[in-house]
Design a protein around this ligand. Structure first.
Ligand code: G3P
Ligand code: CA
Length: 273
């Protein structure tokens, strides 16, 4: 079996440049494009389901004034999660309006279990990069729920050739420590923004993580972090990498994964190297 491609291309919230983030359509497109892994954020609903959503509320996307943790899965499924990307301009101001007709699944919310099923149905082994949000508020419930899903899916350890795999990511090293007590063999990713990135230039890491998840702005400011982390035996994954200069920077520095809203662009740049 040939070695895994390097760097891995991870679709951030799916192929979210072209489809509304976290929807079934965004993940289906990422798989069609050949992304090696799918990134998602998870939140607990009022009835204890893990759904794929970034924000605490529906405000940014102009889809109402609901708070995700107070809504049931059925209530959340009733929302059209794609409508905001077809509005002119998109309500959050940061995303381009999608030009063209709606496609199947571009308004569909997914649970983490549904994403696992989607990955299992792919024609090649796909990874999941599952990010927990605001872990301290839910007192460990999110980590327990994530561990339950990954245990049921048999994704509790390092990637094996030919099989789907998972890593959990968090900005909170406490969340990663909690995960470690639940799934000791699961590799984890500590996410670090520009402001917090200084101490990690030495190769240090926290939370028992195997991987540093570095903001691309921190990579630009401190490119030496990659060599130091590699020296310490850690991988470096970089987010969120969409433009050509940053993709080239990641390829030149030898990072281990590129997390991008535009996986197709990263895959084609990797081919050109
Ligand atoms: O992949 C890491 C990245 O997703 C962290 O930031 O806010 O997009 O979840 P955010
Ligand atoms: Ca995320």
């Amino acid at each position: 079996m040939s070695p895994p491609p390097h760097p891995l291309v991870v679709a951030h919230r799916g192929s979210s440049i072209a489809r509304p983030e976290h929807t079934r359509a965004a993940y289906e497109l990422a798989l069609a494009e050949g992304a090696e892994a799918l990134e998602c954020d998870v939140r607990l609903t009022a009835d204890g389901e893990l759904v794929l959503l970034h924000d605490r509320t529906l405000e940014r996307t102009g889809l109402g004034d609901g708070v995700v943790s107070t809504m049931t899965l059925a209530e959340l499924r009733a929302v059209d999660w794609g409508a905001w990307r077809y509005a002119v301009p998109a309500p959050d101001g940061a995303h381009p309006t999608i030009d063209g007709p709606r496609v199947d699944g571009d308004g569909d919310l997914l649970t983490l279990r549904e994403l696992v099923e989607l990955a299992r149905g792919a024609s090649y082994p796909v990874g999941l990069a599952v990010e927990t949000k605001h872990p301290t508020r839910a007192g460990g419930r999110v980590e327990r729920a994530v561990a339950d899903v990954l245990r049921d899916a048999g994704m509790t350890g390092p990637a094996r050739p030919g099989a789907p795999w998972a890593r959990v990511m968090s900005f909170s090293h406490l969340a990663l420590l909690r995960l470690r007590t639940l799934l000791p063999d699961l590799p984890t990713v500590l996410l670090v923004g520009l402001g917090q990135s200084g101490p990690f230039r030495t190769g240090a890491l926290l939370g028992g993580a195997s991987t540093l998840g570095l903001d691309v702005a921190a990579l630009r400011a401190h490119p030496d972090t990659v060599a130091a982390q590699h020296e310490a035996g850690h991988e470096v994954w970089v987010w969120t990498v969409d433009d050509d200069a940053d993709i080239a920077r990641c390829l030149n520095l030898g990072v281990d994964a590129i997390i991008s809203n535009n996986p197709a662009r990263c895959l084609s740049a990797r081919l050109d190297v």
